[in-house]
Design a protein around this ligand. Sequence first.
Ligand code: SF4
Length: 338
Amino acid sequence: MKKIAIIGAGVAGLEAGHVLARKGHNVILIEQKNTTGGNVRNWDRLFPNQREASEVYQPLIQQAVNDKLRILTDTVVMSAKYEKNTHRLTLSNGETLNVDAVLISSGFRVFDAHRKEEYGYGIYHDVITSADLEKIMAVNQKVRTTKGKEPKRVAFVHCVGSRDEKVGNTYCSKVCCVTAVKQAIEIKQLYPDAEVFCLYMDLRMYDRYFEDLYREAQEKYGVTFIRGRLSEVAESFDDRLQIKTEDTLRGKPLKFNVDMLVLMTGMEPTSLAELLATEFNIHRGDDGFFTPEDEHVNFNISRREGVFLAGTCKGPKNIAETIADARSAAETIINYLK
Ligand code: SF4
């Protein structure tokens, strides 16, 4: 039996831990937050079929319990040394672990919308993020303005914190276009008379069924898609939000009022990424995500002997991709330990 430390107990860490435990290895999950399950715990429903997110993360959490994995929450790796095929990890709880392999699955954090001040998050009521909207829907399935009214007009703003040189993130976060379409449909399902707009730069509906969802949003639900980047948000005289954009397909400036603005915030590397990169001496790209030894073949292997990578710590991924990558990482570790 070999000992493996998994840093990050989100979707990737839990799934990899399960595969490794089933092979008889001793797995320790080290999680910075006070809960396991990762970002998906904050989600209500998943694209493309509006499946409840808990149907995905609850079984992952439960299988870690069934496997009797040791889980350390509120804990981070403070330093890591590698000697004689052993990784010596010093943890924030004062413990020292000697392990045969390390899997980094530290995940992502949601872009902080306060950094796009011109969009008014934290300044104007009723400017919320896509993550906020999921939390609201998870709690009571009702969406109201801060004055308690049903929103009559809602706009979704794509690419907030992604594909944006101003904030230093030039990459695409991959899942926010389809999330916007899903959430736009959910608003229409709740309030069929509401007007719903998606303000996009490009629509990246890259996976199976996504294009169908986009079509359904237009044809069945009447969501309006406007190609253009939001330039400014202000409070209107009637206490709504006035947004300015440009319809770049028609070459016309646009100005209109909405009751609610939803910012589609993208993914960023976690705050732990820098520390982990330094301690484990592994590569990060210009975007801050970890870079494997080889993007095409050895995509779970880092340049440090015995240190492996899985999930969104390597860049934006959806849940199915994350689970597949975690299983692949676990198999790579099993082969390495042989
Ligand atoms: S998935 Fe869509 S909204 Fe998200 S960053 Fe890419 S283009 Fe923008």
